[in-house]
Design a protein around this ligand. Structure first.
Ligand SMILES: [Zn+2]
Ligand SMILES: [Zn+2]
Length: 254
């Protein structure tokens, strides 16, 4: 399975993840923070499904642009997989004619720009050879992490979230689990802000890691760009093992 963190910068700082999207085997995206900005547009047109973890802006910022870029009135519309709360948030706050045309109403008379597929916690579904399980996380709004399993190896994306228990209980039962992309948003000096916005710092990240009882590849994601150096220096002060930050544009194979 190939996983890529999508680039979200213009210019030199490709290592920063300003907005959030991941590609799986080039055909499925997790989140739409930056897929609408991918060049060439053929990269966008390869995507059949986009899984939305939650409706925070860094995860949906390029969704309208993406839907416009891949629109094909004579083909199958792209499938947006999301929880019910996320669907309601996107329809009320984005596709409301004020921020972007009401694509749901327009679909009553025109070829649809997308179709919804409702995701529910721990209800596994298939996209081609990939089996996807939404994992409930603990964030300001209902948010899903994901287990993606191709039958040989499985990868978990756990972001955005405060410390959780149920997700690790579930991942501990996955024999194929090979890699975990775990959020690491704030440095220790902002532990209060991390708690209020329901994210992790190096100390809570390390505590989450210890909840997984198997050895996997760990990749940190969702580092606040301007705080990256402080986060990494906090991490090395707390841990003897080095941390790997998933770099946008790099393809990871598991
Ligand atoms: Zn969030
Ligand atoms: Zn986020």
């Amino acid at each position: 399975m190939k996983i890529q963190v999508v680039e979200s910068t213009i210019g030199q700082s490709a290592r920063h993840q300003f907005t959030v999207s991941y590609l799986i085997n080039d055909t499925v995206a997790i989140d739409a923070g930056c897929i609408g900005f991918m060049h060439p547009v053929a990269r966008q047109q390869k995507l059949s499904h986009v899984l939305l973890s939650h409706s925070h802006f860094d995860h949906i910022a390029s969704l309208p642009v993406f839907l416009e870029n891949v629109y094909c009135p004579t083909g199958d519309p792209v499938v947006l997989c999301a929880g019910e709360e996320t669907q309601r948030a996107v329809e009320s706050h984005v596709f409301n004619d004020r921020i972007w045309p009401d694509l749901v109403r327009i679909a009553q008379t025109e070829a649809p720009f997308f179709s919804w597929q409702t995701m529910r916690e721990f209800e596994t579904f298939l996209i081609g050879d990939l089996s996807i399980t939404p994992i409930p996380l603990d964030h300001l709004i209902p948010t899903f992490g994901f287990l993606v399993d191709d039958g040989h190896s499985a990868v978990a994306i756990v972001s955005d979230t405060a410390p959780v228990t149920q997700a690790w209980d579930f991942l501990n039962r996955q024999p194929n689990l090979n890699a975990v992309f775990l959020e690491l948003s704030f440095p220790e000096s902002m532990a209060g802000l991390a708690e209020h916005t329901m994210h992790l710092t190096p100390s809570t990240f390390l505590r989450e890691q210890r909840k997984l009882e198997r050895s996997v590849n760990w990749l940190a994601v969702h580092l606040k760009s301007t705080l990256r150096e402080e986060i990494l220096s906090d991490f090395s002060a707390l841990s003897v093992s080095p941390i790997v930050v998933a770099e946008p544009g790099t393809e990871y194979s598991f």
